[in-house]
Design a protein around this ligand. Structure first.
Ligand code: NAD
Length: 346
């Protein structure tokens, strides 16, 4: 018997749109039916699917089961709304929107139209994170007290030349990169309630920060710090340590250090550091690297999206969950601007 494949469309055929198309092609029960971009280019010409210049035009001609939005950050709200109005499930790339009040509007519209939104925080679909959460929830670290997040990398000038929107407001390393790290911390440790942050304007003259750091307090008492920059030559980022995407050289360094009363963990190399029996800082400390089976988080994400479309699963990363991180980013920006501690309403 021939099984009907789930018909997917991708909107925004740039760096990430192409990654989504590759992931769809690796998913057995999904099929790329349409692509949308407001510009047609030689890469799009080679894609084996129907092409449209707008989401509206696509829905006039196609029956689509789910749409993936990979347009620039500031377009997600408008494009998401358009898909929801067509009562079609949608996977929206991060950031879901660049203003939490816009996400609230998407949530309301999706409720009215009974449409599911999944947000593209694909790292939650990485098996290493599921294993890390299992170890933390099983108390291998004892009580977690501290977290140190590093999100530091050097982007070449071409990165900004090829896509002008990456110079504009809402496309700095906080909204483009750190957002993933904040989402993973939300996954592991829940809500952040206080933020004190400092940022520096882009040395390249763009409309965003290129350096930012903060102290964060979680609702459960964990104190965290982060440092982010897209303008320092460094191996300390998820991109250069997680081996998710072979475009980046990989290192054995880590990007997260999580401190617990019994042990500490570094990620994504999934090492647990522990003193010998009932130890302390005068006793030997050694690390154990936990094994796990890697699978491509982008493919896992498409498989999950298909199950959401078939109503077999609820979205793992809902618009409401993603909006918790947008609110933290708003607090980071407000704290940097006001030079004051910002408390988040919960
Ligand atoms: N999950 C991840 O790890 C990850 C990685 C990279 C980018 N992203 C996100 O994916 C999105 C796209 O990033 P990118 O690097 O692929 O950008 P890009 O500039 O390479 O591609 C964007 C594409 O969208 C098209 N476009 C712009 N506005 C449009 C509109 N209104 N309708 C239709 N097409 C439109 C552009 O012509 C371009 O082809 C961003 O939101 C970014 O933050 C996520």
């Amino acid at each position: 018997m021939k099984i009907r494949k789930i018909k997917l469309a991708v909107v925004g055929i740039g760096v990430m749109g192409i990654k989504h198309i590759d992931a769809i092609n690796k998913t057995s029960n999904a099929k790329l039916t349409a692509v949308v971009d407001f510009k047609k280019n030689s890469i799009i010409n080679k894609i084996n699917s129907n092409f449209y210049f707008s989401i509206k035009d696509m829905f006039k001609s196609e029956t689509i089961d789910g749409v993936i939005i990979a347009t620039p950050n500031s377009s997600h709200f408008k494009d998401g709304l358009e898909v929801i109005r067509h009562k079609c499930p949608v996977l929206i790339e991060k950031p879901i929107t660049i203003r939490s009040m816009d996400t609230d509007k998407l949530i309301n519209e999706a409720k009215k139209k009974k449409v599911q939104i999944l947000v593209g925080h694909h790292r939650r679909h990485n098996p290493v994170m599921l294993k890390a959460k299992e170890l933390i929830d099983n108390n291998l670290l004892g009580k977690v007290r501290t977290v140190n997040i590093n999100c530091q990398m050097f982007k070449p000038n071409n990165y900004f030349k090829e896509a002008h929107w990456k110079k504009n407001d809402g496309a700095g390393p906080i909204f483009v990169n750190l957002i993933h790290d904040l989402d993973l911390m939300n996954f592991l440790f829940g809500k952040i309630i206080k933020v004190f942050s400092m940022s520096q304007n882009s040395l390249r003259g763009f409309a965003n920060e290129d350096v930012s750091g903060a102290v964060l307090e979680f609702k459960n008492g964990i104190i965290a710090t982060f440092l982010t920059s897209d303008s320092v030559a460094s191996p300390w980022s998820w991109e250069l340590t997680a081996r998710e995407n072979d475009i980046y050289p990989s290192t054995e360094e880590s990007s997260y250090l999580i401190g617990g009363t019994k042990a500490s963990m570094s990620l994504p190399n999934l090492k647990l550091w522990q003193h010998s029996k009932n130890g302390h800082w005068f006793t030997p400390i050694s690390s154990t690297k936990y094994p796990y089976k890697f699978s491509d988080p982008l493919v896992n994400q498409i498989e999950h999206f298909c199950k959401v479309i078939e109503k077999k699963e609820k979205p793992i990363i809902t618009a409401s969950i993603a909006n918790e991180t947008i609110k933290v980013i708003e607090a980071i920006k407000l704290s940097s601007k006001s030079k004051k501690l910002v408390e988040l309403k919960n």
